[in-house]
Write a protein that binds this ligand. Structure first.
Ligand SMILES: Nc1ncnc2c1ncn2[C@@H]1O[C@H](COP(=O)(O)OP(=O)(O)O)[C@@H](O)[C@H]1O
Ligand SMILES: O=P(O)(O)OC[C@H]1O[C@](O)(COP(=O)(O)O)[C@@H](O)[C@@H]1O
Length: 318
Protein backbone atom coordinates (compact mmCIF):
# COMPACT_ATOMS: atom_id res chain seq x y z
CA UNK A 1 0.00 0.00 0.00
CA UNK A 2 1.21 3.51 -0.82
CA UNK A 3 0.59 6.16 1.81
CA UNK A 4 1.30 9.87 1.58
CA UNK A 5 1.88 12.38 4.35
CA UNK A 6 1.99 16.17 4.35
CA UNK A 7 2.27 19.02 6.83
CA UNK A 8 -0.16 21.93 6.51
CA UNK A 9 -1.01 25.24 8.18
CA UNK A 10 1.09 26.61 11.03
CA UNK A 11 4.17 24.49 11.61
CA UNK A 12 4.83 23.14 15.09
CA UNK A 13 7.54 21.15 16.81
CA UNK A 14 6.63 17.49 16.64
CA UNK A 15 6.07 17.50 12.88
CA UNK A 16 9.57 16.15 12.18
CA UNK A 17 9.38 13.37 14.80
CA UNK A 18 6.00 12.45 13.29
CA UNK A 19 7.53 12.28 9.79
CA UNK A 20 10.30 10.06 11.10
CA UNK A 21 7.81 7.78 12.84
CA UNK A 22 5.70 7.69 9.68
CA UNK A 23 8.55 6.51 7.45
CA UNK A 24 9.90 3.98 9.93
CA UNK A 25 6.56 2.44 10.86
CA UNK A 26 5.25 2.40 7.29
CA UNK A 27 8.35 0.60 6.02
CA UNK A 28 8.14 -1.87 8.91
CA UNK A 29 4.64 -2.76 7.75
CA UNK A 30 5.92 -3.36 4.23
CA UNK A 31 4.06 -0.34 2.88
CA UNK A 32 5.47 2.50 0.78
CA UNK A 33 5.74 5.98 2.35
CA UNK A 34 5.47 9.12 0.21
CA UNK A 35 6.15 12.74 1.16
CA UNK A 36 4.01 15.51 -0.29
CA UNK A 37 6.16 18.63 -0.03
CA UNK A 38 4.84 22.10 0.78
CA UNK A 39 1.40 21.10 2.12
CA UNK A 40 -1.72 21.54 0.00
CA UNK A 41 0.20 23.74 -2.43
CA UNK A 42 2.57 20.86 -3.11
CA UNK A 43 -0.34 18.46 -3.52
CA UNK A 44 -1.68 20.73 -6.27
CA UNK A 45 1.74 21.08 -7.88
CA UNK A 46 2.57 17.39 -7.67
CA UNK A 47 5.56 17.79 -5.35
CA UNK A 48 5.40 14.17 -4.31
CA UNK A 49 8.32 11.83 -3.72
CA UNK A 50 8.88 8.41 -2.21
CA UNK A 51 10.40 8.70 1.27
CA UNK A 52 13.29 6.70 2.66
CA UNK A 53 15.12 6.14 5.93
CA UNK A 54 17.77 8.61 4.72
CA UNK A 55 15.17 11.36 4.42
CA UNK A 56 14.34 11.14 8.10
CA UNK A 57 17.80 10.55 9.52
CA UNK A 58 18.87 13.23 12.00
CA UNK A 59 15.58 15.15 12.04
CA UNK A 60 14.08 14.05 15.36
CA UNK A 61 15.47 17.02 17.27
CA UNK A 62 14.48 19.67 14.72
CA UNK A 63 11.56 22.09 14.99
CA UNK A 64 9.46 23.05 11.96
CA UNK A 65 8.90 20.56 9.17
CA UNK A 66 11.51 19.24 6.74
CA UNK A 67 8.82 18.77 4.08
CA UNK A 68 7.57 22.37 4.45
CA UNK A 69 4.10 23.71 5.06
CA UNK A 70 1.74 26.20 3.43
CA UNK A 71 -1.66 27.82 3.51
CA UNK A 72 -3.30 27.50 0.12
CA UNK A 73 -5.81 29.84 -1.50
CA UNK A 74 -5.97 27.57 -4.56
CA UNK A 75 -7.23 24.54 -2.64
CA UNK A 76 -10.60 26.29 -2.15
CA UNK A 77 -11.20 25.83 -5.93
CA UNK A 78 -12.41 22.52 -7.31
CA UNK A 79 -10.13 22.86 -10.32
CA UNK A 80 -7.02 22.70 -8.12
CA UNK A 81 -8.38 19.96 -5.89
CA UNK A 82 -8.94 17.86 -9.03
CA UNK A 83 -5.35 18.55 -10.03
CA UNK A 84 -4.25 17.42 -6.56
CA UNK A 85 -6.25 14.21 -6.94
CA UNK A 86 -4.72 13.49 -10.34
CA UNK A 87 -1.28 13.86 -8.77
CA UNK A 88 -2.08 11.30 -6.11
CA UNK A 89 -3.46 8.90 -8.73
CA UNK A 90 -0.29 9.29 -10.78
CA UNK A 91 1.65 7.88 -7.82
CA UNK A 92 -1.04 5.31 -6.88
CA UNK A 93 -1.27 6.83 -3.40
CA UNK A 94 -4.38 5.45 -1.75
CA UNK A 95 -4.36 7.02 1.69
CA UNK A 96 -3.08 10.16 3.34
CA UNK A 97 -1.99 11.29 6.76
CA UNK A 98 -2.24 15.03 7.31
CA UNK A 99 -0.39 16.81 10.09
CA UNK A 100 -2.14 20.12 10.65
CA UNK A 101 -5.02 21.99 12.19
CA UNK A 102 -8.77 21.97 11.67
CA UNK A 103 -8.43 24.12 8.53
CA UNK A 104 -6.36 21.39 6.90
CA UNK A 105 -8.78 18.71 8.10
CA UNK A 106 -11.69 20.64 6.61
CA UNK A 107 -9.82 20.83 3.32
CA UNK A 108 -9.17 17.09 3.29
CA UNK A 109 -12.77 16.32 4.21
CA UNK A 110 -13.97 18.26 1.15
CA UNK A 111 -11.38 16.30 -0.86
CA UNK A 112 -12.62 13.01 0.60
CA UNK A 113 -16.24 13.79 -0.31
CA UNK A 114 -15.23 14.62 -3.88
CA UNK A 115 -12.64 11.95 -4.64
CA UNK A 116 -12.94 9.33 -1.89
CA UNK A 117 -9.33 9.65 -0.72
CA UNK A 118 -9.22 8.20 2.81
CA UNK A 119 -7.17 10.10 5.36
CA UNK A 120 -6.35 10.46 9.04
CA UNK A 121 -5.73 13.90 10.49
CA UNK A 122 -3.26 14.28 13.33
CA UNK A 123 -3.85 17.48 15.31
CA UNK A 124 -0.70 19.61 15.20
CA UNK A 125 -0.78 23.23 16.29
CA UNK A 126 0.83 25.27 19.02
CA UNK A 127 -2.61 26.80 19.70
CA UNK A 128 -4.07 23.57 21.16
CA UNK A 129 -7.46 24.74 19.92
CA UNK A 130 -8.91 21.72 18.12
CA UNK A 131 -12.19 20.20 19.27
CA UNK A 132 -12.09 16.54 20.25
CA UNK A 133 -8.54 16.36 21.54
CA UNK A 134 -7.03 17.41 24.85
CA UNK A 135 -3.64 17.73 23.24
CA UNK A 136 -2.29 18.88 19.88
CA UNK A 137 1.22 17.94 18.86
CA UNK A 138 3.63 20.85 19.36
CA UNK A 139 1.89 22.61 22.21
CA UNK A 140 4.22 21.18 24.83
CA UNK A 141 7.28 22.56 23.05
CA UNK A 142 5.63 25.95 22.53
CA UNK A 143 4.72 26.12 26.21
CA UNK A 144 8.30 25.34 27.18
CA UNK A 145 9.60 28.02 24.82
CA UNK A 146 7.18 30.54 26.34
CA UNK A 147 8.15 29.45 29.86
CA UNK A 148 11.80 30.12 29.10
CA UNK A 149 10.98 33.53 27.62
CA UNK A 150 8.77 34.50 30.55
CA UNK A 151 11.51 33.49 32.98
CA UNK A 152 13.89 35.78 31.10
CA UNK A 153 11.41 38.65 31.16
CA UNK A 154 10.89 38.17 34.88
CA UNK A 155 14.65 38.64 35.39
CA UNK A 156 14.64 42.07 33.77
CA UNK A 157 11.21 43.04 35.15
CA UNK A 158 12.36 42.42 38.70
CA UNK A 159 15.70 44.18 38.13
CA UNK A 160 13.97 47.36 36.99
CA UNK A 161 10.77 47.13 39.02
CA UNK A 162 8.73 47.29 35.84
CA UNK A 163 5.48 45.86 34.61
CA UNK A 164 5.59 43.66 31.51
CA UNK A 165 2.74 42.72 29.24
CA UNK A 166 3.64 39.61 27.27
CA UNK A 167 1.45 38.70 24.31
CA UNK A 168 1.27 35.05 23.25
CA UNK A 169 -0.08 33.51 20.06
CA UNK A 170 -3.10 31.20 19.97
CA UNK A 171 -5.58 32.80 17.55
CA UNK A 172 -8.97 32.99 19.31
CA UNK A 173 -7.92 30.45 21.92
CA UNK A 174 -6.35 31.41 25.25
CA UNK A 175 -4.78 28.03 26.04
CA UNK A 176 -1.14 29.07 25.54
CA UNK A 177 -1.57 32.24 27.61
CA UNK A 178 -3.54 30.49 30.34
CA UNK A 179 -1.17 27.57 30.89
CA UNK A 180 1.82 29.91 30.63
CA UNK A 181 0.33 32.27 33.23
CA UNK A 182 -0.31 29.44 35.63
CA UNK A 183 3.08 27.80 35.22
CA UNK A 184 5.08 31.03 35.23
CA UNK A 185 3.36 32.62 38.19
CA UNK A 186 2.03 35.64 36.28
CA UNK A 187 0.07 38.24 38.21
CA UNK A 188 -2.40 38.90 35.39
CA UNK A 189 -3.82 36.55 32.75
CA UNK A 190 -6.00 37.86 29.94
CA UNK A 191 -7.63 35.39 27.55
CA UNK A 192 -10.78 35.49 25.39
CA UNK A 193 -12.43 32.83 27.57
CA UNK A 194 -12.35 34.90 30.80
CA UNK A 195 -13.65 38.37 31.67
CA UNK A 196 -11.17 40.75 33.29
CA UNK A 197 -12.21 42.84 36.25
CA UNK A 198 -9.84 45.85 36.15
CA UNK A 199 -11.33 47.39 39.30
CA UNK A 200 -10.57 44.31 41.40
CA UNK A 201 -7.18 43.94 39.71
CA UNK A 202 -6.31 47.50 40.70
CA UNK A 203 -7.37 46.87 44.29
CA UNK A 204 -5.36 43.64 44.57
CA UNK A 205 -2.22 44.80 42.84
CA UNK A 206 -2.13 48.20 44.60
CA UNK A 207 -2.20 46.36 47.91
CA UNK A 208 0.55 43.99 46.78
CA UNK A 209 2.74 46.81 45.45
CA UNK A 210 2.30 48.73 48.70
CA UNK A 211 3.42 45.72 50.67
CA UNK A 212 6.58 45.13 48.63
CA UNK A 213 5.77 43.60 45.27
CA UNK A 214 8.60 44.63 42.98
CA UNK A 215 7.23 44.05 39.51
CA UNK A 216 4.20 42.74 37.57
CA UNK A 217 3.97 40.17 34.83
CA UNK A 218 0.82 40.08 32.67
CA UNK A 219 0.31 37.38 30.03
CA UNK A 220 -2.20 38.28 27.33
CA UNK A 221 -3.52 36.02 24.56
CA UNK A 222 -3.43 37.62 21.10
CA UNK A 223 -7.09 36.65 20.61
CA UNK A 224 -8.25 38.86 23.47
CA UNK A 225 -7.06 42.01 21.66
CA UNK A 226 -6.36 43.59 25.05
CA UNK A 227 -2.56 43.93 25.03
CA UNK A 228 -2.54 47.73 24.81
CA UNK A 229 -5.44 48.05 27.23
CA UNK A 230 -3.60 46.02 29.87
CA UNK A 231 -0.44 48.07 29.33
CA UNK A 232 -2.42 51.32 29.72
CA UNK A 233 -3.99 49.98 32.90
CA UNK A 234 -0.59 49.13 34.42
CA UNK A 235 0.84 52.51 33.47
CA UNK A 236 -2.11 54.76 34.25
CA UNK A 237 -3.95 52.98 37.06
CA UNK A 238 -0.96 51.46 38.87
CA UNK A 239 1.62 54.05 37.89
CA UNK A 240 4.14 51.47 36.75
CA UNK A 241 6.78 51.81 34.08
CA UNK A 242 5.45 49.34 31.55
CA UNK A 243 6.82 47.46 28.55
CA UNK A 244 5.07 45.27 25.99
CA UNK A 245 6.72 42.15 24.55
CA UNK A 246 4.97 40.40 21.69
CA UNK A 247 6.49 36.94 21.55
CA UNK A 248 5.42 36.25 17.95
CA UNK A 249 6.86 33.45 15.85
CA UNK A 250 9.63 32.50 18.28
CA UNK A 251 6.87 30.47 19.93
CA UNK A 252 6.60 28.27 16.83
CA UNK A 253 10.25 27.21 16.71
CA UNK A 254 12.61 25.25 18.89
CA UNK A 255 13.50 21.61 19.16
CA UNK A 256 10.66 19.33 20.20
CA UNK A 257 10.37 18.33 23.85
CA UNK A 258 10.62 14.68 24.89
CA UNK A 259 6.85 14.66 25.36
CA UNK A 260 6.16 15.95 21.84
CA UNK A 261 8.63 13.44 20.35
CA UNK A 262 6.97 10.55 22.13
CA UNK A 263 3.46 11.72 21.32
CA UNK A 264 4.44 12.05 17.65
CA UNK A 265 5.27 8.33 17.54
CA UNK A 266 2.08 7.40 19.39
CA UNK A 267 -0.16 9.51 17.14
CA UNK A 268 1.42 8.09 13.99
CA UNK A 269 1.25 4.51 15.20
CA UNK A 270 -2.44 4.85 16.03
CA UNK A 271 -3.15 6.55 12.69
CA UNK A 272 -1.41 3.81 10.69
CA UNK A 273 -3.16 1.05 12.66
CA UNK A 274 -6.51 2.62 11.80
CA UNK A 275 -5.96 3.83 8.25
CA UNK A 276 -8.75 1.74 6.76
CA UNK A 277 -10.91 2.28 3.69
CA UNK A 278 -13.27 5.26 4.02
CA UNK A 279 -11.57 6.76 7.01
CA UNK A 280 -11.86 10.54 7.14
CA UNK A 281 -11.25 11.09 10.81
CA UNK A 282 -9.00 12.90 13.22
CA UNK A 283 -6.92 11.00 15.74
CA UNK A 284 -7.88 12.58 19.05
CA UNK A 285 -6.24 12.16 22.45
CA UNK A 286 -8.76 12.28 25.27
CA UNK A 287 -8.53 11.04 28.85
CA UNK A 288 -5.11 9.56 28.05
CA UNK A 289 -6.44 7.47 25.15
CA UNK A 290 -6.27 7.77 21.36
CA UNK A 291 -9.48 7.45 19.38
CA UNK A 292 -11.02 8.43 16.03
CA UNK A 293 -13.46 11.28 15.54
CA UNK A 294 -15.15 12.10 12.20
CA UNK A 295 -13.84 15.38 10.78
CA UNK A 296 -17.38 16.76 10.48
CA UNK A 297 -17.64 16.53 14.29
CA UNK A 298 -14.25 18.17 14.76
CA UNK A 299 -15.02 21.16 12.56
CA UNK A 300 -18.59 21.71 13.73
CA UNK A 301 -17.62 22.23 17.37
CA UNK A 302 -15.53 24.78 19.19
CA UNK A 303 -12.70 23.67 21.46
CA UNK A 304 -13.26 24.53 25.11
CA UNK A 305 -10.50 24.85 27.69
CA UNK A 306 -11.21 22.59 30.65
CA UNK A 307 -12.86 24.08 33.74
CA UNK A 308 -10.03 23.23 36.08
CA UNK A 309 -7.53 25.35 34.12
CA UNK A 310 -10.06 28.17 33.75
CA UNK A 311 -10.63 28.14 37.51
CA UNK A 312 -6.90 28.52 38.12
CA UNK A 313 -6.72 31.32 35.55
CA UNK A 314 -9.69 33.23 36.96
CA UNK A 315 -7.64 34.17 40.04
CA UNK A 316 -5.38 36.22 37.75
CA UNK A 317 -8.20 38.22 36.18
CA UNK A 318 -9.34 40.05 39.26
N1 LIG B 1 -13.39 24.60 3.36
C1 LIG B 1 -12.18 24.44 2.78
N2 LIG B 1 -12.10 24.02 1.49
C2 LIG B 1 -10.90 23.85 0.91
N3 LIG B 1 -9.72 24.10 1.53
C3 LIG B 1 -9.75 24.53 2.79
C4 LIG B 1 -10.97 24.72 3.49
N4 LIG B 1 -10.67 25.14 4.74
C5 LIG B 1 -9.32 25.20 4.81
N5 LIG B 1 -8.77 24.86 3.65
C6 LIG B 1 -7.32 24.79 3.33
O1 LIG B 1 -6.58 24.37 4.48
C7 LIG B 1 -5.45 25.24 4.63
C8 LIG B 1 -4.95 25.19 6.03
O2 LIG B 1 -5.90 25.77 6.90
P1 LIG B 1 -5.42 26.81 8.03
O3 LIG B 1 -6.65 27.22 8.77
O4 LIG B 1 -4.57 27.86 7.42
O5 LIG B 1 -4.43 25.98 8.93
P2 LIG B 1 -4.66 24.84 10.02
O6 LIG B 1 -4.70 23.54 9.33
O7 LIG B 1 -3.44 25.01 10.88
O8 LIG B 1 -5.95 25.16 10.76
C9 LIG B 1 -5.94 26.56 4.10
O9 LIG B 1 -4.87 27.40 3.72
C10 LIG B 1 -6.76 26.13 2.89
O10 LIG B 1 -5.93 25.90 1.78
O1 LIG C 1 2.32 32.22 10.68
P1 LIG C 1 1.17 33.13 10.37
O2 LIG C 1 0.55 32.86 9.04
O3 LIG C 1 1.56 34.55 10.59
O4 LIG C 1 0.02 32.81 11.39
C1 LIG C 1 0.07 33.11 12.76
C2 LIG C 1 -0.89 32.20 13.45
O5 LIG C 1 -0.42 30.86 13.35
C3 LIG C 1 -0.35 30.26 14.64
O6 LIG C 1 0.99 30.39 15.12
C4 LIG C 1 -0.67 28.79 14.54
O7 LIG C 1 -1.96 28.63 14.00
P2 LIG C 1 -2.40 27.32 13.18
O8 LIG C 1 -1.70 26.17 13.80
O9 LIG C 1 -3.90 27.28 13.32
O10 LIG C 1 -1.99 27.53 11.77
C5 LIG C 1 -1.29 31.12 15.48
O11 LIG C 1 -1.04 31.05 16.87
C6 LIG C 1 -1.06 32.49 14.92
O12 LIG C 1 -2.14 33.37 15.15
Amino acid sequence: MRIGIFTSGGDAAGMNPALKAFVELTLEKGWEPFFVYNGLEGLIDGKIRKASYQDVAGILHKGGTIIKSSRSKRFYDYEYRKRAYDNLKKHDIEKIIVLGGDGSFRAMDVFFEEFGVSFAGIPVTIDNDIYGTDYCLGVDTALNVIRMLLDNIRDTASSFGRAFVVETMGRECGYLALVSSITSGAEICVIPELDVDFVSLKRRLSKELASGRGYVLAVVAEGSNKTQQVADFLKNDLGMETRITTLGHVQRGGNPTVFDRLMAYKFIEFALENLRENIHHMVGFKDEKFYLLPIKDVVSHKYKINDFLLKLGRRMTR
